[in-house]
Design a protein around this ligand. Structure first.
Ligand SMILES: Cc1cc2nc3c(=O)[nH]c(=O)nc-3n(C[C@H](O)[C@H](O)[C@H](O)COP(=O)(O)OP(=O)(O)OC[C@H]3O[C@@H](n4cnc5c(N)ncnc54)[C@H](O)[C@@H]3O)c2cc1C
Length: 393
């Protein structure tokens, strides 16, 4: 057995003994607790932050092993861990720019789900144009006093800490006056208001910061260098690791859809088979994109602007698959557990796949926006891959 095969085998065996809870998102505090417990279970087997170096509690997993890790968790339909912002964004940022004190203080608690983190970057007036953010932090006697508003902050209502971009100098070019702070979410002046999404979940939040006092030792990286520090965070957010999991999720979804079509006797219809074949081609193209990305990373090459191509393709493929599901399975596929009078409520098997298709149809709309919108990805592809003229700024 190669080390990678051993890694897969060990994880597969472990997951058989520790099956994941059957929930998708932390929409309520009970679900958040269940997911926190799931992360603690994973951590007990050293299966959180596998890519982190061993000295910080990880396994120093290679890129291939990270791909295997995400594939195996997706294969058993494991929900995302609630501490994923901490593991995939905050940890790597601290390793690159934090002080040793900050690493010792925060990193073990991130893995153990003792502290959950959220990302406080976007603002009502600053999303794609993040450098235009206006939340202010004024330095006074050992603290930064932070005032402003953040939005679309996933999991902020359950978070203990927020990794925030704030303006510390308003007299220089926008990206030169930004700093990164770790904001305690339970501090005085932090007001988190959940936003209900089209799926009915309230994963997002508005976060109002009113004179919040943040100790200066919570500054991550040098003052006014937050834009550079955030580069590390965003590379990790938009990086390659999420695609392995998404690839398996799409494969699992397509298998479930094919089974559901078989159950309702539709597989004999050539038009149904044609639509399923189209989805299969989407999943295969996505897989091949990912194989190429992995090969390039293993040769030590940067993925660069090609990641925009993969993000764009994944967005379309995930949305098309759910549209196909709803078109083929009909109105029952639109039922979700908990809808008024819904036959899809928990324990009721008249809904199809526990509302998976309706939830997916609605939630995949967000894929065009998160991690860089479709229009921004097209700009990157046009300018940096096709060499088209830059848009006027
Ligand atoms: C599921 C999800 C989770 C998220 N989680 C977080 C989180 O935890 N923390 C956080 O900080 N943020 C989070 N976000 C916010 C996300 O980063 C922003 O929504 C995203 O950056 C877009 O910004 P915006 O919503 O302000 O839209 P805007 O930037 O205002 O864009 C509005 C529209 O204009 C278009 N547009 C903007 N600029 C250009 C341009 N130059 N050329 C062409 N078209 C353009 C966009 O494509 C879009 O269609 C999340 C978003 C989603 C969907």
């Amino acid at each position: 057995m190669t080390p990678d095969e051993r890694f897969r085998d060990e994880l597969r065996t472990w997951l058989l003994e520790h099956p994941p809870p059957g929930i998708v998102v932390a929409a309520t505090s009970e679900e958040a607790q269940t997911l926190r417990h799931w992360q603690r279970t994973l951590h007990s087997g050293r299966w959180v932050g596998v890519q982190w170096p061993v000295e910080y509690g990880g396994r120093g997993a290679s890129l291939t092993q990270v791909a295997i890790y995400n594939q195996e968790l997706a294969r058993v339909d494991a929900p995302p861990i609630p501490g994923r912002a901490g593991v995939s964004l905050v940890g790597p940022t601290l390793m690159a720019h934090g002080t040793e004190d900050q690493r010792v203080r925060w990193m073990p608690r991130i893995l153990a789900a003792d502290d959950l983190w959220c990302q406080l970057f976007s603002e009502p007036g600053a999303g794609s144009d993040l450098a235009g953010l206006s939340t202010r932090a004024e330095r006074r006697a050992g603290v930064y006093v932070v005032t402003g508003q953040k939005v679309w902050s996933s999991y902020a209502s359950f978070a203990d800490w927020g990794i925030a971009l704030v303006r510390t100098d308003g007299d220089v070019a926008p990206h030169k006056g930004i700093s990164m702070l770790a904001i305690p979410m339970h501090a005085k002046g932090v007001d988190v208001r959940p936003l209900r999404q089209i799926t009915g979940d309230a994963e997002f939040n508005e976060v109002f910061l009113d004179g919040v006092e943040v100790p200066v030792e919570n500054l991550i990286g040098p003052e006014n260098q937050g834009w550079l520090v955030a580069g590390t965070t965003l590379v990790n957010e938009r990086g390659a690791s999420f695609v392995w999991k998404e690839q398996v999720l799409l494969t699992v979804s397509l298998e479930l859809l094919t089974q559901a079509c078989a159950r309702v006797g539709q597989l004999g219809d050539p038009l149904v088979r044609q639509r399923l074949a189209r989805s299969w081609i989407d999943v295969e193209i996505f897989r091949l994109h990912n194989e190429r990305t992995l090969a390039r990373l293993m040769r030590g090459e940067e993925i660069g602007p090609e990641s925009s191509l993969v993000k764009l393709f994944w967005t379309g493929a995930s949305q098309r698959l759910h549209e196909t599901a709803v078109a083929l399975l009909g109105p029952a596929a639109l039922l979700m557990p908990g809808s008024p009078g819904s036959p899809g409520s928990p324990g009721d098997d008249r809904g199809i796949d526990r509302g998976r298709w309706a939830h997916g149809l609605l939630s995949t709309r967000a894929n065009s926006i998160m991690g860089g919108t479709t229009e921004i990805q097209r700009n990157v592809i046009g300018e940096r891959l096709l060499g088209l003229p830059r848009e006027p700024r």
